[in-house]
Design a protein around this ligand. Structure first.
Ligand SMILES: Nc1ncnc2c1ncn2[C@@H]1O[C@H](COP(=O)(O)OP(=O)(O)OP(=O)(O)O)[C@@H](O)[C@H]1O
Ligand SMILES: [Mg+2]
Length: 239
């Protein structure tokens, strides 16, 4: 059974035009799905809608066996925001990372264990007491990812997770995410990153879902990619 199912979903901002229409797709447990599309195509808007921070304009979303309603947040879904400063808000890194676990009502030792593990997975150990505004850009990005991991959700929505990461941390992130059992949808302009991570890709543009299929078929289709302002990643173009 699918973990997430969208049926003829329409999304947009209040008082604005419809951003995407007629989205029908599903994601199963453990699936890793890349989300590609030009600036302004609606990737972040889709994430906000799936995370129930923005109401759907049409159609339906089912997640984890229940309809998604705006304002009713599922503890089984965690989002990593495109802009780290929109996500981090606690005085220290450790408090910020712990927040999601604490919010689940877990006992304190479990919160502490999960927090340590998430900090370690994101190579942030040693920075626990650092005020979040005194972290580097890449450290902030990894702090956001740790804050999602700590919840151990069934679905993670990762909005540009490789942005701001140096090459070593980008590689670490690929290895980390590949090793997780959770389903994830990953929005990115970093096509090589998606190719490494996601067997399946969605391409959105012009207010609709333009392609949904194997990452190599979609990202390797030069005509399709060019039509939507994208480029075939070098590792596929070279073949
Ligand atoms: N908070 C907001 N209020 C109103 N409109 C918004 C808001 N955020 C984004 N938009 C508009 O919604 C549309 C989709 O934007 P969105 O941020 O979802 O694109 P995106 O695919 O994530 O782009 P990018 O690759 O630049 O991150 C754009 O026309 C954008 O201007
Ligand atoms: Mg975006």
């Amino acid at each position: 059974m699918s973990l997430l199912a969208l049926q003829d979903l329409g999304i947009g901002w209040p008082d604005g035009p419809r951003v995407l229409d007629g989205l029908t797709l599903s994601v199963v447990h453990g699936e890793r799905v890349g989300l590609v599309g030009p600036n302004g195509a609606g990737k972040s808007t889709l994430f906000q809608t799936l995370a129930a921070t923005l109401p759907a304009r049409a159609g339906q979303i089912h997640f984890d066996g229940a309809p998604v309603q705006a304002g009713r947040f599922s503890p089984n879904l965690a989002m990593v925001f495109q802009n780290a400063d929109d996500q981090l808000f606690c005085p220290t890194l450790a408090e910020d990372v712990a927040y999601g676990a604490r919010n689940l009502g877990l006992p304190a030792p479990e919160v502490a264990a999960r927090t340590d593990q998430a900090l370690d997975a994101c190579e942030l150990t040693g920075l626990e007491d650092r005020p979040v505004h005194k972290l580097s850009g890449g450290e902030k990005r990894r702090a956001c990812i740790a804050g999602a991991l700590v919840m151990r959700p069934a679905l993670m929505l990762l909005d540009e997770p490789s942005a701001a990461l140096d090459l070593r941390q980008r590689r670490n992130l690929i290895d980390l995410l590949r090793g997780l059992p959770q389903a994830m949808i990953v929005a990115s302009h970093d096509m090589e990153f998606l190719l490494d991570l996601c067997p399946r890709v969605l391409l959105i543009d012009d207010g609709r879902l333009c392609a949904d299929g194997p990452a190599r078929d979609i990202l390797g289709d030069a005509a399709l990619m060019a039509r939507h302002g994208q480029e075939v990643p070098a590792s596929l173009a070279a073949r």
